[in-house]
Ligand binder design. Structure first.
Ligand code: ATP
Length: 263
């Protein structure tokens, strides 16, 4: 466990979520979500498809109105804060699918996102050296891995205090994911940013995370230090199938795969 993780309970939380419920058209898809991320800490949000991971991140990022519960960032209530003010308060979201502009170059993406006290180009490229060689290339012509690096780089130029990352690995080969995920660790260590990330590659996620939460059917069913969860893979597999909370849950109704966690 890193120093950041060890002091997680002693320091003010960068993110403190308590009893959160949110969903669509008046029906909650996440319920009673409570989680905490300390400055400089890397926390993974794991779980099968449809568990509510994206909804959780998007609600924290102000894209959905909470139906219940509280969300605070660095001690301030942010549950009703508009997204543009959340960005100014230090929150950055790297959304699933990256949301880049195919016709703009890497340099243009970074320039548009830069804020007054943001991370300068030299500092950014030291963290993401692979972007250096493609600064003048249009985003639409980058490889999937380079596009993901750009999406993270664009989020970092505002020097966020809290970085939310939704499935960096989507559509990428595991060998690329192995290169990408450690960037999150570096961001937390070098910028002191609190990082909450959603990831399907459980093994790789637990290698870089300090702690993890497992979400199934909209509820947190398991949480703990990454080392402990790595050592107890059966518990994670059971959580994926909903067995940690309800042994009667029918695994065949769960869309998620446990391949990565049982291999
Ligand atoms: P995945 O790993 O597949 O991205 P997830 O854990 O991120 O899944 P969510 O995308 O948060 O899960 O979805 C949680 C539930 O909410 C699912 O049942 C999904 O069908 C539903 N849902 C997601 N987006 C919407 C929407 N825009 N309108 C209605 N229901 C939605």
């Amino acid at each position: 466990m890193t120093t950041a993780a060890a002091t997680a309970t002693a320091t003010a939380a960068a993110l403190d979520v308590d009893g959160l419920a949110a969903g669509y058209f008046g029906s909650p898809v996440i319920r009673d979500i409570s989680l905490r991320v300390a400055p400089g800490e890397v926390v993974a949000l794991l779980g099968p498809n449809g568990a509510g991971k994206t909804t959780t991140l998007e609600t924290i990022a102000g894209l959905h109105k909470p139906m219940a519960g509280t969300i605070s960032m660095l001690g301030s209530d942010i549950a009703d804060r508009p997204t543009h003010l959340l960005a100014r308060s230090g929150l950055a979201l790297v959304p699933e699918g990256r949301a880049l502009f195919p016709g703009l170059t890497v340099h243009e993406h970074l320039r548009l996102a830069r804020s007054k006290d943001g991370v300068g180009q030299r500092e950014l490229l030291a963290m993401l050296p692979e972007l250096d060689k493609c600064l003048d290339r249009r985003a639409g012509l980058l490889s999937g891995g380079e596009q993901q690096m750009l999406a993270v780089g664009r989020a970092l130029v505002s020097r966020p205090r809290l970085l939310l990352v939704d499935e960096m690995s989507l559509g990428l080969a595991p060998v690329i994911v192995e290169r990408l995920l450690p960037i999150l660790r570096r961001v937390a260590t070098e910028l002191g940013t609190a990082v909450l990330f959603v990831e399907q590659h459980v093994t790789l996620a637990l290698e870089i995370a300090d702690r993890a939460y497992v979400l199934t059917h909209g509820r947190i069913v398991l949480e703990g230090p990454a080392e402990q969860l790595q050592a107890d893979r059966k518990l994670i597999a059971a959580s994926y199938l909903g067995e940690a909370v309800a042994r009667s849950a029918d695994p065949t109704t769960t869309k998620g795969s446990t391949d990565e966690i049982t291999s």
